[in-house]
Design a protein around this ligand. Structure first.
Ligand code: KIV
Length: 311
């Protein structure tokens, strides 16, 4: 391998690359990440789209809803995810009320890209967010839309998480939402909790990739909350598939560790280090002349640490 090949930098994916995957008919996997080590693993696994979702509020920060998440918290987590990735396109999720007006949207989306290093932002809402999306796209900020169940509008949508678009009116308005997001210039759109057939119909009619979560198998890609994927939470939604069971793994590890500490079997010799005993003797005044119980020293009147000794 030549020196140039060995030092070749990994290129970060762009929205054009995602567009190419879509055009080639490749199904696009997207995952959320909120911290450096997880982001690094997802990047190593080749996940092309990593979303720093405001779901961080519920699954990492312990809030009861994403409505509580602030820009400061989102930027903090986005910076960590950007540092952990080299190749993935990182999307920062615009939190509740951070894009209520065009000016606020531009300022806050700018912070995601300029301060935190994300390459795109995600905005909830269809027709109602179209003008905002358009302004961001015009300013050169790639935007991912998000329709169907939109958690930030939870209180306006009746509070209960449920599949959207099951009636004629609601299905029509979801189609209108999808088209509005596309026409505003978004590069892709998340469909959350949408019936399979409606998600398929939307996917068929759009020229941008649909990324489904609880929206069936016919979307152009899928997104999952990483803690669901890893089986970390105590509740796994019906639409999620845990590919690992880290909750049990972590519980077992923590219990085994506590038991080993209690029994004294951790740390063992292999997990500890030693030093030259003579150095410690010197430090603790344990040389023959320093020892309080040194018979010879006592007889000679020099037992114990001399008062004028430089310790
Ligand atoms: O915040 C989030 O994790 C999301 C995904 C569910 C799409 O918005």
């Amino acid at each position: 391998m030549s020196a140039t090949a060995a030092t070749k930098e990994v290129q970060r994916l762009t929205v054009a690359d995602i567009g190419r995957m879509y055009a080639d008919g490749e199904r696009i996997p997207m995952l959320t990440a909120y911290d450096f080590p997880t982001a690094r693993l997802l990047d190593d696994a080749g996940i092309p789209l990593v979303l720093v979702g405001d779901s961080v509020g519920e699954v990492v920060l312990g809030y009861e809803s994403t409505v509580r998440v602030s820009m400061t918290e989102m930027l903090h987590h986005t910076r960590a995810v950007v540092r952990g990735t080299q190749r993935a396109l990182v999307i920062g999720d615009m939190p509740f009320l951070s894009y209520a007006t065009t000016d606020e949207a531009l300022t806050n989306a700018g912070r995601f890209l300029r301060d935190a290093g994300a390459q795109a932002v995600k905005v909830e809402g269809g027709v109602r967010s179209a003008r905002i999306i358009e302004s961001l796209v015009r300013a050169g900020i790639p935007v991912q839309g998000h329709i169907g169940w939109t958690p930030q509008a939870k209180y306006a949508m009746g509070g209960k998480v449920r599949v959207q678009g099951k009636t004629v009116d609601r299905a029509r308005s979801m189609l209108a939402d999808a088209l509005a997001v596309q026409e505003s210039g978004a590069f892709s759109i998340v469909l959350e909790l949408v019936p399979d057939q409606l998600a398929a119909a939307i996917t068929e009619r759009l020229r941008i990739p649909t990324i489904g979560i609880g929206a069936g198998p016919h979307c152009s890609g899928q997104v999952q909350v990483v803690t669901d994927l890893l089986g970390l939470g105590s509740f796994i939604p019906r639409h999620a598939r845990p590919y690992a069971h880290l909750r049990e793994t972590i519980l077992e590890a923590a219990r085994a560790y506590a038991a080993d500490v209690a029994s004294g079997s951790f740390p063992s010799k292999a997990e500890s280090s030693t030093m030259d005993e003579r150095v410690l003797d010197e430090v603790l005044g344990r040389s023959a002349v320093d020892r309080a119980d040194d018979v010879l020293g006592r007889e000679q009147g020099v037992a114990g640490v001399p008062l004028d000794r430089d310790l």
